[in-house]
Design a protein around this ligand. Sequence first.
Ligand SMILES: *Cc1c(COP(=O)(O)O)cnc(C)c1O
Length: 240
Amino acid sequence: MSLAENLAVIQQRIRAACQRAGREPRSVSLLAVAKTHPPEAVIAAADLGLSLFGENKVQEAKAKIPLCPGKLRWHFIGHLQSNKCREAVEWFAMIESVDSLALAQEINKRASAAAKTMPILLEVNVAGEASKFGYPPERLLAELKEINALPRIEIHGLMAVPPWASVAESSRTHFRRLRELKRECEQILGAPLPHLSMGMSGDFEVAIEEGATIVRVGTALFGTRAAAKAAARTDEIGGD
Ligand SMILES: *Cc1c(COP(=O)(O)O)cnc(C)c1O
């Protein structure tokens, strides 16, 4: 299927999930996860009307973003090392994967130096997986006020990557947990948090039913990343 066909199917599925949940389709943003895919794929997606893109590596993003239309917005969705914060602040409109006070402090410092305010989401390790990044929920609640007090950081909500599951329905309890956690955070902060970034190619409809405002979709839109890598290798061999 072409990118246009993939996008049409995804948008139809988003609309249907919104209808089931009694939500406005406008309340869900589709974030196109472009990691491993070339700038041409982003340009084609932008031509189809997409404006929100995600990358999980700073190095890859800073090579790709300058080759893409300047009007696009980019979210960082990967594990961020403190020595990459300066560049992340420079290239991204939002960092979705903040999972420690130390990281938030470093972003705050770099944003201050760049005379910016950085919108962030706090990433939560919803299933307590040892192999995953993300805040354990208790620590998030304990550190939330201190993060919120950082002058150059704006907390916009929560993000999670639940355990991989072959059945989308298995993610529902994790999405629900993230939504409940957002409510607890709102109580602590005494202010609403607009965003829940949850749901990927395999489970974004369930995420929407549970309140996602940002769904991060890569494979269902651009195809598999293995195929993208193989195509890049062919390009290298063949030259241009
Ligand atoms: C790669 C990635 C996605 C997209 O995953 P797909 O299954 O390809 O849609 C979403 N979120 C994060 C954090 C990712 O790293």
